[in-house]
Design a protein around this ligand. Structure first.
Ligand code: DGY
Length: 321
């Protein structure tokens, strides 16, 4: 904040009750040259049209599905994000969820606190082994690769599916490329690591869940709408898959009476996979760096829509329109 205050006049949404009402966001954006947005802020064509001064939207997240990037690009507004800053932290949390669902950590905690622990028992809270199990990664970008690196330490067999083969991590980490169907059929743990786009919305629906083994778990630290929540609930409640570790949901925050919360086989978290002190600080510095660079006419390090920058450069340097 100090860095930002030293270089710009800033208005900050003053409470922890986020997001700010849409009309407040629009009003503030309309009076600003730059906006640092959270993933809960909707930056759409209407906001951009109301904000002709706005030159840059710096998203405090690696995902930018809250922003209509096409509309920003058409209007010459630079969009940036925070890739890299959170990769390792999200990968750690993915493993935390995976281990928690496999070994029933949350159930065990509840059981112990409830005073139900009477004696050691050979069948008490039996889970599934992670060591030696097969991990299926849907998406092998930065975070998927970081998860694969950790999974190697657990001696997991690792399959992945992505829109294209990624030979370097594949060879370095001994991964096997497979079709989406094969990953779903063979994996003991399916972990989602793709961005939310129109193409990935409900990528995991009823037909995909039906391919998974009844002993398999789904882990989602990417974006909720990538998995169809009704189909996921049905698969879990019907025992068609063994469980799920979910940090993200189709509708956030997850209501406290959501039926998923009645299922012991599900471990939930409130979208905190990147929530470590170091990472959230790193994301903030990155978001500020991106914003200030763009406002100062320097190419921001994490441009989502480079074509806007290229167009600006041509206009400035060659008088091209
Ligand atoms: C992101 O950055 O997209 C995460 O979901 C929040 O850290």
């Amino acid at each position: 904040m100090g860095t930002l205050r030293a270089q710009a006049e800033i208005a900050v949404w003053p409470t922890d009750e986020i997001p700010p009402p849409g009309e407040v966001l629009v009003r503030e954006a309309a009076a600003s040259d730059g906006l640092i947005s959270l993933l809960t802020d909707r930056v759409d064509a209407a906001l951009l049209d109301a904000s002709p001064r706005l030159r840059v939207v710096s998203n405090y997240a690696v995902g930018f599905d809250n922003i209509d990037v096409g509309a920003a690009t058409e209007r010459g507004v630079v969009v940036t994000n925070t890739p890299g800053a959170l990769t390792e932290t999200v990968a750690d949390f993915t493993m935390a969820l995976l281990l928690a669902v496999a070994r029933r950590v949350v159930e065990a905690d509840r059981y112990t606190r409830a005073g139900r622990w009477q004696s050691w028992g050979p069948m008490l809270l039996l889970g599934q082994d992670v060591c030696g199990a097969t991990l299926g990664l849907i998406g092998l970008g930065r975070i998927g690769t970081a998860v694969a690196r950790r999974a190697r330490g657990f001696a997991m067999r690792i399959l992945y599916h992505d829109v294209e083969r990624r030979e370097a991590p594949e060879q370095e980490l001994g991964l096997e490329f497979a079709s989406m169907e094969e990953v779903l059929r063979r994996a003991d743990f399916v972990s989602i690591h793709v961005p939310l786009t129109p193409r990935t919305r409900h990528l995991i629906g009823e037909p995909q869940l039906a391919l998974m083994k009844p002993t398999a778990f789904l882990i989602n630290t990417a974006r909720g709408p990538i998995a169809d929540s009704e189909a996921l609930y049905d698969a879990l409640a019907g025992g068609r898959i063994a469980g799920a570790g979910l940090d993200v949901f189709e509708a956030e925050p997850l209501p406290s009476d959501h039926p998923l919360l009645a299922l012991d086989s599900v471990v939930v978290a409130p979208h905190i996979a990147s929530a470590s002190v170091r990472t959230r600080t790193g994301m903030a510095l990155m978001a500020v760096g991106n914003l200030l660079a763009a406002l100062a006419g320097r190419r921001p390090p994490n441009l989502v829509n480079p074509e806007v920058w290229e167009r600006r450069r041509l206009i400035q340097q060659e008088g091209y329109k």
